[in-house]
Ligand binder design. Sequence first.
Ligand SMILES: Cc1c2[nH]c(c1CCC(=O)O)Cc1[nH]c(c(CCC(=O)O)c1C)Cc1[nH]c(c(CCC(=O)O)c1C)Cc1[nH]c(c(C)c1CCC(=O)O)C2
Length: 367
Amino acid sequence: MNEFPPLKNDLILRAARGQKTERAPVWIMRQAGRYLPEFRAERLKHDFFEICRTPELATLITLQPIDRYDGLLDAAIIFSDILVIPQALGLSVEMLPDKGPVFLDPLVVPEDIDLKLRNKVDVYQELGYVFEAITMTRKALNGRVPLLGFIGSPWTLMAYMIEGGSSRTLSKAKTWLFKYPEESKRLLQKITDVGVDFLIGQVKAGAQMVQIFDSWGGELSPLDFNLFSLPFIAQIAKRVKSQLINDGIEPVPMTIFCKGSWYALESLSNIGYDTISLDWTIDPIYAKNITKGKVTLQGNMDPNMLYGDHDTIRASVRRMLEAFGTNERYIVNLGHGILPTVDPENVRVFLETIHKVGLELNNNHKN
Ligand SMILES: Cc1c2[nH]c(c1CCC(=O)O)Cc1[nH]c(c(CCC(=O)O)c1C)Cc1[nH]c(c(CCC(=O)O)c1C)Cc1[nH]c(c(C)c1CCC(=O)O)C2
């Protein structure tokens, strides 16, 4: 195992484990991204996946928001993408300027599982660059904040691998679910197996907490979510934790984010995750009542709220903190990724208010 500098801020790890915190910790999904001019400057020089595959660049970009908002963010998330798993499985993906991700040769029929995908994936060989980036970033962070790793959920990745990119209806991927349910499950299992190995490798490389993004979870009916997403998500938490224990490594907290799957909150609180990330359509009190303190909640301001003026942002943050409570089982975040045209100064107001109101609500304010 690697030797890393001692951690100076463990708020997010304590919140995830259900311990008390002086204030609610905060990070932002997609915090290293296009709303930052320093990110756009790097993107002019490098292709998206070139950055992912170059540990020095991934480290540089992961640290951009940590440096800009010095002391205001409580976690860093490794710069990468959920689509590196489909790449490791053998599919080619490019990131096009106005289209987002595009698969050059997506899965069309179930036979493609064997024709287009690798039978076995050695994550150290295919995704070793992510592990290197994690180790390098963890060292560069110098213990300032914990480093998060992540993967896409099996269903969300399956959807991309069949749709070949972003889609409004997910009709192609859903056709697989309804026409070829058994082959769909075989594909989901294949992605799950790679995801488990990949997350374990991320933890061994230095990730101190991990998140599973099921960005398309909410596109499924509750019944189909229970068939095609939940079992694989559950398997991931169970296998990652037990394998880490077997390897003599303490499991790290795990977060599940199923965007739009409000109906699954109770199930998600019973399958081994420490934290559930909520989108903005879920009422905090409802989420707290349904999950009964079994998990830490993360979220969930509407990312578009950051287009509001400063006072609107402040009022929205205060409402959110009052509803979730600030000293136990809560991590502040947005309800989805930050949008590319948000003003970075509004992000600063968001973060500063979280600190100020968080301390105030805990009666820890020193003024
Ligand atoms: C669905 C998904 C993807 N990627 C991701 C998800 C799950 C979260 C979500 O639902 O938004 C996750 C992701 N993508 C990225 C990160 C890095 C870490 C972070 O700062 O959060 C993370 C955690 C970088 C990125 N991933 C992407 C960018 C912007 C691309 C660019 O620089 O050209 C970044 C910074 C591109 C990307 N990557 C993906 C899409 C659909 C797109 C294009 C759409 C968009 O631009 O938002 C796939």
